[in-house]
Design a protein. Structure first.
Lengths: 187, 264
C-alpha cells in the first residue's frame, strides 16, 4: 500500500468494516466532485455545500448497503445529486447556473493538455456563453460529461436518469449546441 | 473526439468553480469524531445553513416585536401568559384504515427493520434514496415467499405520489432473488394495461401502466412464482443483477424511473 494511493474498492471495504479513517479518505477524495455536481444542479454554492454535506452523511449511514465491487463514484454521486435535487424541489426555486471562466486562465496553467492549448480565449468565452444559454436539461448533461468529465453511468447517477437517456439527451444537446456554434462563429 | 467535444473538454479545465468547502461528518455510529478537514478550525457540529438563517430570522423578529408594547400584548395573548388556559377537546383523528402497521394488512410477511432484514438474507437490499427511509420493512421467508425470501419496503405518504386506494401506502418496493421471464407478460397484463421495456442504470426493466393481474417470475431456485400484486396501480419491474425488484404505486413513468435510478 505504501507509495500508491489506496484503491477506492479497498477504502470502501475498510469503511464498511467501520474504519472511520477510510471513510474520511473517501470524503476527501470525492468532496470536490460531489460539491461541483451539486452546484451544477442547484446553481447555488450554499445549497451545494449543504447537499454535499448531507449526501456524505447519508452515504455514511448507508455504507452497509453499498455492494462490494460496485463502482463507488456513481453511488456517491447518486446520493449527493438526489440531495441537491431534493433541495431544489423543496425550495421551489432554482438559481440559474452561470458558469464562468477562471480569471486570467491560460491553457496550461492548471492541467496542461493539447485540447486546452488549442482553444483560444475568445472561443472559450463564446462557447461557454452558448452552453449557459442552453436549456437546463441540455446544460446539465453537457456539464456532467465534459466539465465534470463524468462517465455515462456517473452522469446517469448524477442526473437521476437511465444511462440510455443520457446518450440520447447528450446527442440532442450537442446537436443544438453545434447548430448555434456554427451559425454565429466568432461573433 | 469531434472538435466541439474537444473544445468542451478543454473548457471544463478553464471554469471558475466556487471553492470546494470541507465536508464534516457529525459523530455517528458509537461516537465517531467529526471529520477534521483542511481549512476548517477543527471538529465542529454541522448545522444546515437554512437552519441558521431561520433561527436568526426568528430571533430578529421576536426582538422587534418585544420592543413594541402593543406587540408584547399580542404576543402575550398568543402564548397565554395571562394564565388563561383553554381546554382543547382531544378528538380522535378519523382514519379510513384499521389500526396497525400498513403492511400487515397487505400480507407482506413479518414486520422487521432494514438492518435486521439484511442480516437474515444473503443479498443486498436496494433502497430508493429519493424516498428516504422506508416507513415499514417486511420479510417473508421461503417457502411462503420465493427462495431466499422476499423483502418489501413500505412507504406511506410521500410528496407528489398519491396514496393507492384505501391502503394508506404510496409506494411498495418488493425484492426477491430471481429473474424476470418475458414469456409471462401475456398472462400478467390485462386489457387497458400497457407494457414498455426500459433500462435503468444498465438494468433491464419493464414499465407497466395500469393494474397487473398477477406477477410471475422465476426465483433463485428456478421455481416458477405467481405473486399477488398488492396495489392496483402502475408497476416498474427491474431485473437488478439477479434481484427482481417490483415498484408499485400511483407513479408516473418518469417518477418510477427516477425512483429506480436512485436505488442504492
Amino acid at each position: 500500500m505504501e507509495g500508491r494511493p489506496e484503491e477506492d474498492s479497498e477504502l470502501f471495504a475498510r469503511a464498511q468494516r467501520g474504519e472511520t479513517a477510510a471513510y474520511e479518505e473517501i470524503v476527501r477524495r470525492y468532496q470536490q466532485l460531489a460539491f461541483r455536481t451539486a452546484y451544477m444542479i442547484t446553481g447555488s454554492a450554499a445549497e451545494a455545500e449543504d447537499a454535499a454535506q448531507d449526501g456524505f452523511v447519508k452515504a455514511f449511514r448507508a455504507l452497509d448497503r453499498f455492494r462490494p465491487g460496485a463502482p463507488p463514484r456513481p453511488w456517491i454521486l447518486r446520493i449527493v445529486a438526489n440531495e441537491a435535487r431534493n433541495r431544489v424541489r423543496s425550495t421551489q426555486r432554482r438559481l440559474g447556473l452561470e458558469l464562468r471562466l477562471a480569471e486570467g486562465f491560460r491553457p496550461g496553467d492548471a492541467a496542461p493538455s493539447p485540447e486546452a492549448a488549442s482553444v483560444a480565449a475568445e472561443d472559450r468565452a463564446r462557447l461557454l456563453a452558448l452552453v449557459n444559454a442552453l436549456g437546463e436539461e441540455d446544460r446539465l448533461v453537457i456539464a456532467s460529461r465534459y466539465f465534470l468529465e463524468l462517465s455515462g453511468e456517473e452522469t446517469a447517477a448524477a442526473l437521476g436518469i437511465p444511462e440510455g437517456t443520457v446518450k440520447s439527451r447528450l446527442s440532442r444537446a450537442l446537436a443544438r449546441l453545434r447548430e448555434k456554434y456554427e451559425v454565429a462563429p466568432h461573433a | 473526439m469531434p472538435e466541439l467535444e474537444q473544445q468542451l473538454t478543454a473548457l471544463g479545465s478553464a471554469l471558475d468553480w466556487p471553492p470546494t468547502p470541507a465536508i464534516h461528518l457529525p459523530a455517528m455510529r458509537g461516537g465517531r469524531a467529526p471529520l477534521a478537514a483542511p481549512g476548517w478550525g477543527g471538529p465542529v457540529s454541522y448545522v444546515p445553513r437554512w437552519a441558521l438563517a431561520a433561527a436568526a430570522a426568528i430571533v430578529i423578529a421576536a426582538a422587534g416585536l418585544l420592543a413594541f408594547p402593543p406587540s408584547r400584548e399580542a404576543l402575550a395573548n398568543w402564548v397565554n401568559v395571562h394564565t388563561i388556559f383553554h381546554q382543547v377537546p382531544h378528538l380522535a383523528t378519523p382514519s379510513p384504515h384499521p389500526p396497525g402497521p400498513l403492511g400487515q394488512r397487505l400480507g407482506l410477511g413479518g414486520l422487521t427493520t432494514l438492518p435486521d432484514a439484511e442480516k437474515r438474507i444473503s443479498w443486498h437490499i436496494a433502497v430508493p434514496s429519493t424516498l428516504g427511509r422506508p416507513d415499514e420493512v417486511y420479510l417473508q421467508p421461503a417457502p411462503d415467499a420465493p427462495a431466499q425470501g422476499e423483502v418489501t419496503l413500505v412507504y406511506a405518504t410521500r410528496p407528489d405520489i398519491p396514496v393507492a386506494g384505501q391502503t394508506g401506502v404510496s409506494v411498495l418496493v418488493t425484492e426477491a432473488r430471481g429473474t424476470v421471464d418475458q414469456n409471462f407478460f401475456g398472462k400478467m397484463i390485462g386489457p387497458g394495461t400497457t407494457l414498455e421495456a426500459v433500462t435503468v442504470a444498465g438494468h433491464q426493466g419493464y414499465w407497466i401502466s395500469g393494474p397487473l393481474n398477477e406477477f410471475f417470475f422465476t426465483d433463485a431456485d428456478g421455481n416458477f412464482r405467481n405473486e399477488t400484486v398488492r396495489l392496483a396501480a402502475n408497476t416498474l419491474i427491474l431485473d437488478y443483477g439477479g434481484t427482481v425488484i417490483r415498484i408499485e404505486g400511483n407513479l408516473t413513468k418518469s417518477q418510477a424511473l427516477e425512483l429506480a435510478a436512485s436505488l442504492i
